[in-house]
Structure formats: structure tokens, C-alpha cells
Design a protein around this ligand. Structure first.
Ligand code: AMP
Ligand code: TRP
Length: 321
């Protein structure tokens, strides 16, 4: 990826982030965004399909914004914006909705999974892929970095772009998905995948005391310090935070002679050292309402210039202007 590559990606504001999100997604997204001409969107209209409490949604939007900046995303280098503040997203969704067949939407995973799990489906969730196609196509990106679970949505955006271009002439660039290298699953405190739904997470901005307490609760077997041990969650997490320290601990596990208590203390201190500066930044950002508002205003202005140009081209092509 180079500065001449336009990328667009979206983050659904779902609330508190954990270190599984950080090592599994945020870190790579930020690196990628700084290497390219990046548009990164807080996908609040997508979240609205699931979050029906105004205060919670508002707080999720702000905490997602804070998390990305605290983790190092530079709003001077990257166009970071809130989706609903660029009305072109809703307008292009309406235009694309006139092209899309119900069959295509019925095959979408998000919809099928909700039905399979007996969850209520609203029109917003059903047409989720159309809004996501509008999100993407408005910015004419070459690449759309996403996790595997979003691959199908990008394919639908490609389909809709091709259909529209075929019917009305070339308006949209055909985007490609970009799936960053697999980082693997980050384990949580109980050894299963770190996930809010398992209640086994280490929050990204947790205070040091809480990190110590939680790390001490990581599930281990009952081997004594002198015994040989299998590299486990403690080694895995330490390797992510500090590769050299992780290698060293792995060797000591295999040789015998290190107790779980010491291993946990090493991990807790490494986590605190790594995340303390991010936590500090997140706390001071949370106080700086003016700065956060400026970031979103500037982001929306920059995004709207590109988005409106594409929207107008689409409107001209299909006869609306
Ligand atoms: P979620 O909020 O669970 O949808 O996750 C947001 C992003 O973080 C997705 O791209 C996930 O792949 C990533 N992620 C979440 N939990 C983990 C985990 N335990 N290990 C690796 N990646 C994760
Ligand atoms: N649907 C994505 C998710 O759940 C978020 C998203 C919305 C997105 N619009 C996007 C991702 C456009 C990439 C491009 O994670």
C-alpha cells in the first residue's frame, strides 16, 4: 500500500474495546491507514440497526473515536469521520436500492444469521449491504480493508457497482477487498477467544490495578514452578505485547523453573507499560470535547467533497439531475 492508494474502511461503534480488538484489528488498520490515502468512517448508521438507546449510541460513537486516536490514528493524515454526518451515504443508498434484487439481500450472511438466531430483523439490517455498498462506492477506493466476516459485503458492493455502471455508464470504480494478514485469535482470560460475550476480556483502557487483578485470574493448570510447562495464554499475550519477553518466557516454560505467579506478574507489568500511555491519552481526549468535535467536523467536510462528487455523478447518470 502506498500514499497513492485510496482505501475506505468502516468501524461499527459497538462500545468498549478490548486487547483482542487491538491486536486483532486496530493496530493493523492504523498502520495501513497511515500508509495510504485513507477514509475511515465510524459507521453509526450501521450501529443504529442494533443500538436503540440514544445515550448508548452517542457514547459508543465518542468512545470509538477516542479509542482510535488514543491508539495512534492521526486525524491529520487520515480522513476520520462519522458516517451519518455525510448525507450522501443515505442518498446513494436510496439510488442503489433501486437496482438491488431482494434475492441478493436474502443471501447476505448478516440477515441469514439473524433469522437463524431468531433475532428481529428490521429493514435497516436487511438492507445493510446496500448502505455498506454506498459507503464504499462514494469514495472510489481501490481497496477496502475488512475482516473475513465482511468479505461478502464487499462482493455485494462490487456487484452493485458493476450493475450500475453497466446500466448507466462508468460512475463507480470497482473496489477490491483487502484482507490483512491473519493475526490469529487472541485468547481471553479463560483461554477461549477474547470476546465481550464470554466475559473474558482485558479492556484496552482498563486501570493498572484492574489489569493486575484480571491477569492473576488467568486460568492455568496446577503445575509447580520447577515443572516443564506448555506455552499458554500468558505466553501468547506476552508475545503480542513484547516479542522478546514472550520468547524468553516460552523458553523458561519449556525448561521448567518458572511459576505461573511470576509469569502472570511479568505479563501484567508488560501490559500496563504498553497500554498506560494509551490510557492516559484516552482520558485526556475524553476531556477535550472541542478537539473531538473539530476532528469530526473537519473529517465530515473532507469526506463530503469526495462523496458529493460521486453522488452527483450517479444522479446525473441515472437521470435525477
Ligand atoms: P468485534 O467487535 O468482535 O466485531 O471485533 C472487531 C474486530 O476485532 C474484528 O475485526 C475482529 O476480527 C477483531 N477481534 C475481536 N476479538 C478478537 C480476538 N479475540 N482475536 C483476534 N481478533 C479479534
Ligand atoms: N460492516 C462493517 C462491520 O461490521 C463496518 C462497515 C460499515 C464497513 N461500512 C463499511 C467496513 C464500509 C468497510 C467498508 O465491521
Amino acid at each position: 500500500m502506498t500514499a497513492s492508494h485510496r482505501i475506505l474502511s468502516g468501524i461499527k461503534p459497538t462500545g468498549e474495546m478490548h486487547i483482542g480488538n487491538y491486536f486483532g484489528a486496530i493496530q493493523q488498520q492504523i498502520t495501513l491507514a497511515h500508509e495510504s490515502d485513507a477514509y475511515i468512517m465510524i459507521a453509526d448508521l450501521h450501529a443504529l440497526n442494533q443500538v436503540h438507546d440514544a445515550a448508548i449510541l452517542r457514547s459508543n460513537i465518542t468512545s470509538t473515536l477516542i479509542a482510535y486516536i488514543a491508539c495512534g490514528l492521526d486525524p491529520e493524515k487520515v480522513t476520520l469521520f462519522q458516517q451519518s454526518t455525510v448525507p450522501a451515504h443515505a442518498e446513494l443508498t436510496q439510488i442503489l436500492g433501486a437496482q438491488v434484487s431482494l434475492g441478493l439481500l436474502e443471501r447476505s450472511h448478516a440477515y441469514k444469521d439473524s433469522i437463524a438466531n431468531g433475532k428481529p430483523v428490521n429493514l435497516g439490517l436487511f438492507s445493510y449491504p446496500v448502505l455498506m455498498a454506498a459507503d464504499i462506492l462514494l469514495y472510489q477506493p481501490e481497496f477496502v480493508p475488512v475482516g473475513n466476516d465482511q468479505k461478502q459485503h464487499v462482493e455485494i458492493a462490487v456487484d452493485l457497482a458493476q450493475q450500475f455502471n453497466h446500466r448507466y455508464g462508468e460512475v463507480f470504480r470497482i473496489p477490491k477487498e483487502y484482507i490483512p494478514a491473519e493475526v490469529g485469535t487472541i485468547p481471553g482470560l479463560d483461554g477461549r477467544k477474547m470476546s465481550k460475550s464470554y466475559g473474558n476480556v482485558l479492556g484496552l483502557f482498563e486501570d493498572p490495578e484492574r489489569i493486575r487483578e484480571k491477569v492473576m485470574k488467568i486460568t492455568t493448570d496446577s503445575r509447580r514452578p520447577e515443572e516443564v510447562k506448555e506455552p499458554d495464554t500468558i505466553v501468547h499475550l506476552l508475545s503480542l505485547v513484547d516479542a522478546a519477553a514472550g520468547d524468553q518466557l516460552r523458553s523458561r516454560y519449556l525448561a521448567g523453573g518458572v511459576g505461573y505467579r511470576e509469569a502472570k506478574e511479568l505479563l501484567a507489568e508488560a501490559l500496563i507499560k504498553k497500554f498506560a500511555p494509551l490510557r492516559e491519552r484516552s482520558l485526556s481526549l475524553a476531556e477535550d470535547h472541542n478537539y473531538l468535535a473539530r476532528v469530526l467536523t473537519k473529517g465530515a467536510e473532507k469526506a463530503a467533497v469526495v462523496a458529493n462528487e460521486t453522488l452527483h455523478a450517479a444522479q446525473r447518470a441515472c437521470g435525477l439531475r
